[in-house]
Design a protein around this ligand. Structure first.
Ligand SMILES: [Zn+2]
Length: 204
C-alpha cells in the first residue's frame, strides 16, 4: 500500500503542467530519447555525419538496446540499430539462458569509424565507415558474470557454450558476423554488420 502511494506520487510528480506524462522521467539516465521510432532503442539523435567516403544519414547514438546498456554509446544508422535491438531481444538473451541470467551490459569496442577494413591500407571501406557495424567484446550478465570473446571463446564449460551461442545467434539477423575463428583481427570481439550478401549471411 505504501509502495503504491509512493509510486502514485512519483507518477504525479512526473506529469508536466499540461497533464501529459513526461516520459523522459522514466529514462534510466537523463537526456535519453527513443530512437528510430523503436521503443527498444534509447539514446540521442545525432547530426548527419559526412567525412569524405564515410558518413551516416540520420545517425543515432544508442545507449540502451532492449534494456541492455552499452558501455559506450554506439553511433549507428537506424537499420543497424533496429537489427541490434531485434537480435538482443529475440536471440541474444536466449543464447545465455543456461547461465540463468540475462545480459545487462555489452562492451562496445567500435561503432562508427571512418576507416578501411581492419584499418589495413588499401583495403575496402569498412562497414564501420557507414554506420552499418558494431564490435562487441564482452557481454555482462545481471548476475555479474562477464562473457568475454577473448577469454571465453575456447572455454569448454557453460560460458564458452554461451559465447559461441551468441555468435551463432547473430548470424541471420546480421549479414556479417566475425569472431575469433575468422582472422587474427577478431580474437577479442564479434564484428556484427548489416551489409547484405547475395549469397546470404557470412559468418565465421
Ligand atoms: Zn568491426
Amino acid at each position: 500500500m505504501r509502495v503504491a502511494l509512493i509510486l502514485a506520487t512519483m507518477v504525479l510528480a512526473a506529469c508536466t503542467r499540461s497533464g501529459q506524462p513526461d516520459l523522459s522521467a522514466y529514462s534510466p539516465e537523463p537526456g535519453l530519447t527513443r530512437l528510430c521510432n523503436n521503443p527498444a532503442l534509447l539514446g540521442q539523435v545525432l547530426d548527419d555525419v559526412s567525412e569524405g567516403a564515410c558518413g551516416i544519414d540520420n545517425p543515432v547514438a544508442v545507449r540502451y538496446v532492449a534494456g541492455v546498456r552499452l558501455s559506450t554509446p554506439a553511433t549507428l544508422n537506424c537499420r543497424t540499430a533496429n537489427t541490434l535491438a531485434d537480435w538482443v531481444e529475440n536471440d541474444a538473451q536466449n543464447a545465455v539462458k543456461k547461465l540463468r541470467s540475462r545480459i545487462s551490459e555489452m562492451t562496445v569496442f567500435t561503432s562508427y569509424a571512418c576507416r578501411s577494413r581492419n584499418s589495413q591500407p588499401g583495403a575496402r571501406m569498412s562497414e564501420h565507415a557507414l554506420g552499418n557495424a558494431i564490435d562487441i567484446g564482452v557481454f555482462t550478465l545481471a548476475n555479474g558474470v562477464d562473457l568475454s570473446v577473448e577469454n571465453d571463446w575456447r572455454d569448454n564449460g557453460k560460458k564458452g557454450q554461451a559465447i559461441r551461442a551468441l555468435h551463432g545467434s547473430a548470424c541471420g539477423p546480421f549479414g556479417t558476423v566475425l569472431g575469433p575463428n575468422s582472422d587474427r583481427f577478431h580474437y577479442n570481439h564479434f564484428h556484427l554488420d548489416t551489409a547484405a550478401y547475395r549469397s546470404g549471411s557470412y559468418c565465421r
